[in-house]
Design a protein around this ligand. Structure first.
Ligand SMILES: C[S@@+](CC[C@H](N)C(=O)[O-])C[C@H]1O[C@@H](n2cnc3c(N)ncnc32)[C@H](O)[C@@H]1O
Length: 293
């Protein structure tokens, strides 16, 4: 069989795997060599360490890419990916393998701490904040809602929201969510910050433009060496992303985050993340809250 560009699609029968379905049921040829190759490639590109229990997840998430690109085996798809300089497909590959779970006001104690911090300084204080694994936007919108509630509409508050995944950034910039996603939010917040969809948008909400105006969504890979920042940050959120990195990558990313933060500034991390090995850079100040030294 051939792809549109005339390239031969090979179906190679190799070592089979426990990828959720038996090899007979699987749509695409899938071997342990393919899994190791995906592990290596996503580690190089995104720093993500996929452990061996992720076979089924990888198979199912990448199958869609094979189908859309017209390949019948992982082997031929990965050959093509590695040989081509197709940045769009690399982006699709990364998007398929990131885990984007998030929620409005997830780990709410961080937003309470942020509110206290904002209140503790004069209202004219300028805040430069980075949300570094922003996923579909619920986290950065929760940050700016906290800023507006605490500082009012005159807030001197700038937020950069970034992620490696281009698809989630689009969702974040659009700011449209299923109404289910805000079901635990109190009414005052809902009325103040969201518009309710009508007609064919029923069941959806949209964040108000004043929230969107406070956020710059941009693509940043945490493992890249050159981040595009001109000013250093007062607050950084880096939550629930380092769990996907190994210890060596975590340390490198922490060193870089340290370099873009002001001394005495605050780093919020995820509930399962602990950087006590990096106490030369960050001092634990509260539950998953660190001060930049
Ligand atoms: C589980 S979500 C966490 C979202 C949010 N921070 C929260 O705590 O709710 C992890 C996010 O990290 C992003 N991510 C993974 N590797 C990344 C990298 N190398 N650079 C930037 N973002 C990355 C993923 O795309 C995903 O959106």
């Amino acid at each position: 069989m051939y792809k549109a560009d005339g390239q031969r699609i090979q179906q190679v029968q190799r070592g089979s795997l426990g990828g959720g379905a038996s090899s007979q049921e699987r749509e695409f040829t899938w071997s342990s060599e393919d899994f190791s190759r995906v592990q290596r490639l996503i580690y190089q590109r995104a720093g993500i360490s996929l452990h061996d229990g992720k076979h089924a997840m990888v198979y199912s998430r990448l199958s869609r890419r094979l189908r859309e690109a017209g390949y019948l085996s992982f082997d031929s798809y990965l050959d093509w990916l590695e040989k081509s300089d197709n940045e769009d497909e690399w982006q699709e590959f990364i998007n398929a393998l990131t885990t984007n779970l998030t929620a409005f006001f997830r780990e709410n104690h961080h937003f309470e701490t942020l509110a206290e911090m904002l209140k503790s300084k004069p209202s004219s204080t300028a805040w430069n904040v980075w949300c570094s694994a922003a996923s579909t936007g619920e986290e950065p919108y929760s940050i700016v809602m906290t800023a507006l509630e605490t500082l009012g509409n005159q807030a001197n508050f700038k937020l950069i929201a970034s992620d490696i995944d281009s698809k989630v950034l689009e969702t974040g910039a659009t700011g449209v969510y299923r109404i289910d996603g805000v079901k635990n939010m109190h009414n005052e917040r809902l009325r103040k910050f969201f518009l309710r969809g009508k007609g064919r948008n029923a069941g959806m909400v949209r964040v108000k433009p004043e929230l969107q105006k406070m956020i710059d969504f941009m693509q940043i890979n945490l493992i890249d060496d050159n981040w595009p920042f001109k000013e250093s940050f007062d607050v950084v959120f880096c939550r629930n992303v380092m769990i996907y990195f190994d210890a060596q990558t975590q340390r490198k990313v922490l060193e870089k985050i340290h370099r873009v933060m002001k001394p005495g500034s605050t780093l919020f991390v995820g509930h399962a993340e602990n950087f006590s090995d990096s106490r030369d850079l960050f001092l634990l100040k509260g539950k998953t809250v660190y001060e930049r030294l």
